[in-house]
Each structure stands twice: as structure tokens, then as C-alpha cells.
Write a protein that binds this ligand. Structure first.
Ligand code: DGJ
Length: 742
């Protein structure tokens, strides 16, 4: 059992192979956060008590004689409101009697084998379905209560012993008669009284998602959030607290990832005593949730991880848990299809003839799947019209989707189709028939973005329409894959079928509606694979990964821009989740010219594919070789460990990353030079994660090196690599495959 309760000292110990998390119940029932970090043996960490009598930090009434205990200074597990803690609160509410206060005390707990699940929300799976691999996971549930307003907060902890992961969430219940309005309902809080951290987060914009940013935490509140109705291009729901001295390969780092695709908020505060608090959950902007008697609210799940092996160590923990317990197990051992998508080849300008030519050529190149992107439905000839009308545009595709899918199948290819289910154009039959299905404030014109409005996904009639119209198309042909897009930020959140008092639920109910639609479609079409997308990587989060094994990482397909996008994404998410394609050069987003090889090396570090008009280029042999290489390295890249060897922050002239097999039997090093200069330096890296005692043969040259030498002495991309085309293009790339000798 990875969870132990010391009855005498009232301490919970949550123990994984390489981390320890401890919670204490103090003498008046306040739930204290005692410790999170490296293993501490059997020690109870309540000896690290930081209590002291501090002026202006008042005391709970039931402990008023002992002036050293204050909500304001205690490290806690879920923080209160309006009862004397002036730091970030986890919960904000107003009870029917007008009071804002919430004071939570321990009521009871239970410890059980297995993992708790959540209703209507994605969660980290405890048992990995098809893999039939029993996970060492245990659940701790602690119920806190406010006896005055009869509010119960159940804190759930899932402890994945061998994965070094702890999941957390909070289920808030109105156990009384009075109605309670929640204005903030976080998933978790945690306090680090003795830490000195930097905050690492992943900011960005459309075409430049998840850029690594590291900043010192000073005496202030830093917020990393989205209120765009999606997890967003702008701030990924994943942050890292890193010891100031921590690097890629050394030091203590803590990850906090939210499994949610909508509005989120991470708040990080350093208080006047230098204690650092992190509170995370659904964004409280435009949020309020009326809890009637007996009703519950479930906050999204958080995935916590600790590593004392720096950021690479932390990333590999997240990669494993996402691959094995978030993404549906049926994808674990299955090769992802190499696909070709027609978007950058044709945009909206296609017909059956053009598409068939693309399919024909792709099949000769041994590409596995053809994906027909935006423009096949309704009056969709540009981005002005058609969203919502999920029936085929027969002016473009005379034989319908079936004929195209059959054609692809006849050429030995699978077929996939694009949808953007949650959106509607004003110029669509759907809008003409159901104008009230779009989110729109009464008496106010809505914000328009890409000429489209957002459907009210909180409505079951909208969900039913989408389920039926999408199912009809999926039934009409052999469609094995759907690309699920979402191309604008949400605004004017207002549902015309919801009363005044429940409008604050709509943003969250929107996401629940999307999750429900995804679940229904996957139940109805169990073999369907859905790739997530939101104008590129606007919904790249663990919530979507629960339903979609891969997500289109960015609308920017330029390999040089992709270096930092994919690298930023790699801090939390594995390569098998990142959609990456070889596209045309000059690149359509940046105009940059790069070699086919460099485009291939970058795209191969994701779920590989093409996004260009293969009928107009003569790189056939290269394409065949790239696909062969992708198949060769598929297992290594999608199941192995991943290491950033020379990251973007180094501002060096090249970026390098590697994949190392779990059994350390082989390693693949990838390298792209970003700044070429005359009289160029030789790129040099130190490998990570090899077997020090093993001998490795470099496949390209036959040379042999010891694992210890490659890790401590390093490897220079000289001679062979330079002779083989190093100077041939502006952004040279190289790949070195090391095979362990027995
Ligand atoms: C945005 C996506 O990210 C693109 O790949 C493409 O599908 C377009 N939408 C289509 O509108």
C-alpha cells in the first residue's frame, strides 16, 4: 500500500518509488500540507513545523489561547476563505445567509486500493484497459467540512507508486439545506514553506504555442491562466516549480498539470515569510455554481509529479503517465498511421479529381492514411460559411465522401475526415434554423472570429444534433479517423435556455458537453481515432488526450519554428501525442526555406505525416526513406525515454534531443542547426540515460563507444556527418543511431 495513516500523529504518508507526500491533521482539524519531495524513509515530516506567533496573523477561535496557530501562516492542503488566511484561497462562495466564509476542518477519511474515477470529466486511468497491466495505485479520500454552512470538500488523491505521480481533485458538496453559490472551486492547493522556486510555464500564441518561460517567484501573485474557453495557445495548463538551481538534468522539480480543456487558472504566491503557495483549478472568471441541497461540484483532476533528476526527469514521468494512463490503452502498442492531410496542399480549393490524384500519389509513396481537411461540407468554399452543416458539398465531391473513402481504401490507404463540431457560421442552414444555438448575450452582437460563432455546447439538443449528424457521416463511409478542430476563442458566454442564476455554469458545462460528445462518438464508433486540434495547438492538454491519442501541435509547420514549439510541448507531453508533418518549402507560415531532410527529422519526432501537394514535388525517394525511418524508430520514439540535450534556452547554434529505449539498448540523437555560420563550430552533445557499462555502435559509421564515454565525454558530430551533407543547406540536421552491443 502506498498510503499509510499514522493514527497517533494523525499523518498521511503517500509514498511513491521516488517521492513522498505528507498531510497532517492538526489539533483543531485543519488539514496541513507537511511535505512533498524526495523520499524521507519512514519519517513523519510534521517536525518541520513553521508555526509561530505573528502579529496581524490572527488565530482560529477554537485555538485562541495558542497564538502561534494561524490560517494565515499554516501550510495547507485546501485553503479557506474569509476566516483569516490572506493568501490565495482555493474556494470562494456565498451562502444563502449572505456569508462569504468557509472554514474547513477534517471530518473523515478512507484509504482504498485502486484509483477513484470522476463523473463526466477525464481522469488518469488506474488500470490500463487493454494492457491488462495492474497499476500500483491507491486512493486516499479526505473529507473536510464546514459545520456552519454544511459544506463538504472531499479531497481525492490517487497515488501511482511506480510512476511517481499523485493525482488530486476536490469534490465539493452542499450537505445542508441552505443553498450555496461557489464563485471559485479549485482542484488543489499546496504550500511549500521552505522552498526557493522558479516558475516554469508555457506561454505562446497561434503558430507559436508552448514556449518555455522561466521566471523567479518574488513576493507577488503570478497567474498562468486562460479564459478563452479552451486551454489555449497562450498558456498551457501545466506549470513547473523548479528549485532555483535545477537544470535539465539536475535538481528538484515539481509538475502540476491540469486535465482540462477549458478555462483554467494557476496562481502562485510567495508570501511575506517566503512560503510559496500554488492553487490551481477552473478559472473563476464568469464562473459561479449554485449548489442546491445535496448537490456536488467536481473539479478537474490535477496530475502532480516530482523529480530530483531535473526537468528531463520530470518530463519522462509525464510522458509515461500520459502514454500509459491518460491516452486510451488501445493505442499503446499500435503504430500510429503516417498520414497525409490536404490542408496546406489545397486549402478550400479542391474537388474529387484533385483529391483522388493526391490519394493516388500518396498511396504510391506508402503513406498509410489520407485525411480530407476543411471544406468538404455545406457551402464551405472559404471560411465564411458552412460550419454546422455536416453534410457533403456535392459541388466539390460529386460522389460524396463514400467515393473518396472507397477510392483511398482501394489504393490501400485508410481515410480520415475533418470536423469542427463546436462551431457554427451565421451563413449556414443550421444557424438559419437555430440561431439560438450559438452563444450570444441578450441584446448584444456577438464577437465574430474567423467569421464563426460558437455553439452552446451546454445544451443537450445541440450535443444530440452533433452526435447524429457526425454519426450519419461516419456511418456513410469507411472513415477511421477524425480531425476535431476548434478555431476561435470563446466569448459572449450566455445560454439562451439557462436562467440568470445558472449562467455562471455555462463555460464549464460547455467543456462537459464537448467531453460528453467525444465519449458518445467513441462509444458508438469504437475503432475511430480522433486527433485533437484547435487552430493548431490551442487545446493541447491532458483532458483532450483522454479522448484523442494525438493532437495537432501547431498550425506552424516550419521545422525551425517547430523546434521550440515541440520542445516546449515535450516538457509535459510525449512525442506520440504531437501531430507533426512535413510541409512545403518555402514554408506557408514563415516563408522559410529548409531541406526535406530537416523537415523530416523534426516531423518524425511526433506522429509523422505530410501536409503538402505530393503530386507537385519530386522527393519521392526521400519520402519513402523517411517513412521507412519512421517505422524503424517508431517504438524507440513512442515508447522510449526522451531527453532534451541542447535546449532552446541555451541560445546555442543548434538544438538536439534524443530518444533512448527503456532498456537502454539503443538511442537516437536528433540535431538541427539553426544558425549556420562560416567556419562553423562542430555540434557537440553529452548523451543522457544510456547504460554506462554498455558498448554502443554508431550505425552510421560502425564506430564503437562506451555508454560512459558518450554520457561523460560526449559526442561530436564531426567527420562522417560533415562529409555527408552538413554544409548543403541552411538548416542542416543530423541523426545518429547508437545500438547497444550485447
Ligand atoms: C486549423 C487547423 O489547425 C488546420 O490544420 C486546418 O485544419 C484548418 N484549421 C482548417 O480550417
Amino acid at each position: 500500500m502506498s498510503i499509510r495513516f499514522d493514527k497517533e500523529q494523525r499523518v498521511f504518508c503517500l509514498t511513491t518509488n521516488n517521492s513522498e507526500y505528507q498531510i497532517g491533521i492538526n489539533e483543531i482539524g485543519i488539514l496541513k500540507h507537511l511535505y512533498y519531495g524526495a523520499p524521507v524513509g519512514q519519517s513523519n515530516m510534521n517536525y518541520l513545523d513553521s508555526s509561530s506567533d505573528r502579529a496581524l496573523s490572527g488565530n482560529p477561535y477554537d485555538n485562541r489561547v495558542k497564538r502561534d496557530m494561524s490560517h494565515d501562516t499554516l501550510p495547507q492542503e485546501y485553503t479557506t476563505n474569509n476566516v483569516g488566511d490572506y493568501r490565495i484561497g482555493s474556494i470562494q462562495l456565498q451562502s444563502e445567509n449572505g456569508s462569504f466564509s468557509c472554514d474547513l476542518r477534517y471530518s473523515r477519511h478512507s484509504i482504498k486500493k485502486g484509483k477513484y474515477t470522476l463523473q463526466k470529466l477525464p481522469y488518469v486511468r488506474g488500470k490500463n484497459g487493454n494492457l491488462a497491466k495492474d497499476e500500483d495505485v491507491d486512493t486516499l479520500e479526505i473529507v473536510l467540512e464546514d459545520p456552519v454552512i454544511k459544506l463538504e470538500v472531499k479531497l481525492c488523491y490517487g497515488v501511482f507508486e511506480s510512476k511517481d505521480v499523485i493525482t488530486r481533485t476536490a469534490i465539493i458538496k452542499n450537505a445542508g439545506e441552505m443553498s450555496i453559490c461557489l464563485n471559485k472551486a479549485s482542484s488543489m492547493a499546496i504550500d511549500f514553506p521552505y522552498a526557493d522556486f522558479d516558475l516554469i510555464h508555457f506561454q505562446g500564441k497561434h503558430c507559436n504555442e508552448r514556449q518555455f518561460e522561466r521566471e523567479a517567484i518574488n513576493h507577488d501573485i503570478i497567474t498562468v491562466s486562460s479564459k478563452r474557453g479552451m486551454s489555449s495557445h497562450h498558456n498551457n495548463p501545466f506549470v513547473i516549480l523548479a528549485d532555483r538551481t535545477a537544470t535539465e538534468n539536475t535538481g528538484e522539480v515539481f509538475g502540476f498539470m491540469m486535465m482540462y480543456s477549458g478555462n483554467h487558472k494557476f496562481e502562485i504566491e510567495k508570501d511575506s515569510l517566503d512560503s510559496i503557495r500554488l492553487v490551481a483549478g477552473i478559472n473563476d472568471t464568469n464562473f459561479n455554481w449554485n449548489l442546491g441541497a445535496g448537490e456536488e461540484f467536481t473539479a478537474p483532476e490535477m496530475i502532480l509529479a516530482f523529480s530530483d533528476a531535473g526537468l528531463n526527469g520530470l518530463s519522462n514521468i509525464y510522458h509515461d503517465i500520459i502514454r500509459e494512463n491518460v491516452i486510451d490503452a488501445k493505442y499503446y502498442d499500435v503504430k500510429r498511421p503516417v498520414l497525409i492531410n490536404n490542408w496546406e496542399a489545397t486549402y478550400f480549393d479542391f474537388d474529387d479529381d484533385k483529391i483522388k490524384k493526391l490519394i493516388d500519389k500518396s498511396s504510391q509513396l506508402k503513406i498509410d492514411m489520407f485525411v480530407l481537411d476543411d471544406g468538404w461540407f455545406g457551402e464551405r468554399n472559404n471560411d465564411d460559411a458552412g460550419l454546422g452543416d455536416w453534410f457533403v458539398n456535392e459541388n466539390k465531391l460529386k460522389g460524396g465522401i463514400k467515393e473518396i473513402a472507397d477510392f483511398a481504401n482501394s489504393k490501400g490507404m485508410r481515410f480520415g475526415l475533418w470536423f469542427e463540431p463546436e462551431m457554427i457560421n451565421e451563413n449556414s442552414d443550421l444557424f438559419r434554423e437555430h440561431p439560438d444555438w450559438a452563444l450570444k448575450d441578450p441584446g448584444r452582437n456577438p464577437m465574430i472570429s474567423r467569421n464563426q460563432l460558437v455553439l452552446d455546447m451546454s445544451r443537450t439538443d445541440v450535443q444530440d444534433y452533433l452526435f447524429e449528424s457526425i454519426s450519419k457521416i461516419l456511418d456513410s463511409a469507411n472513415i477511421q479517423y477524425v480531425k476535431w478542430d476548434f478555431n476561435r476563442s470563446v466569448a459572449n458566454v450566455y445560454s439562451s435556455v439557462t436562467g440568470y442564476e445558472d449562467q455562471g455554469k455555462i463555460s464549464h458545462k460547455f467543456i462537459l458537453g464537448t467531453y460528453s460528445l467525444l465519449s458518445r462518438l467513441l462509444d458508438r464508433f469504437p475503432d475511430l481515432m480522433i486527433e485533437g486540434c484547435a487552430g493548431g495547438g490551442g487545446r493541447f492538454d491532458a483532458g483532450m488526450l483522454f479522448y484523442c491519442p494525438q493532437i495537432w501541435t501547431s498550425d506552424n509547420t516550419d521545422p525551425i519554428a517547430r523546434l521550440s514549439i515541440q520542445e516546449g510541448t515535450s516538457y509535459g507531453y510525449p512525442a506520440c501525442a504531437m501531430g507533426a508533418h512535413v510541409s512545403a518549402s518555402p514554408n506557408h507560415q514563415t516563408g522559410r526555406i529548409t531541406s526535406f531532410k530537416t523537415r523530416g527529422i523534426v516531423a518524425q519526432s511526433g506522429t509523422f505525416g505530410y501536409e503538402l501537394d505530393v503530386t507537385k514535388i519530386d522527393n519521392d525517394d526521400e519520402i519513402r526513406a523517411q517513412i521507412e525511418a519512421f517505422h524503424k524508430y517508431d517504438k524507440l520514439m513512442h515508447h522510449g525515454n526522451y531527453y532534451r540535450l541542447k535546449n532552446e534556452c541555451n541560445k546555442d547554434f543548434f538544438t538536439a534531443w534524443s530518444f533512448v529505449a527503456k532498456d537502454r539498448s539503443e538511442a537516437l540523437v536528433n540535431l538541427v542547426v539553426k544558425n549556420k555560420e562560416a567556419n562553423q563550430k562542430i555540434p557537440f552533445v553529452k548523451l543522457i540515460g544510456l547504460d554506462a557499462d554498455k558498448e554502443y555502435r554508431l550505425e552510421e559509421t560502425g564506430e564503437k563507444f562506451s555508454g560512459q564515454a558518450l554520457m561523460n565525454g560526449g559526442f561530436a558530430f564531426s567527420n562522417y556527418f560533415i562529409r555527408n551533407g552538413y554544409f548543403e543547406n541552411i538548416y542542416p540536421s543530423m541523426q545518429a543511431h547508437f545500438i547497444g552491443e550485447d
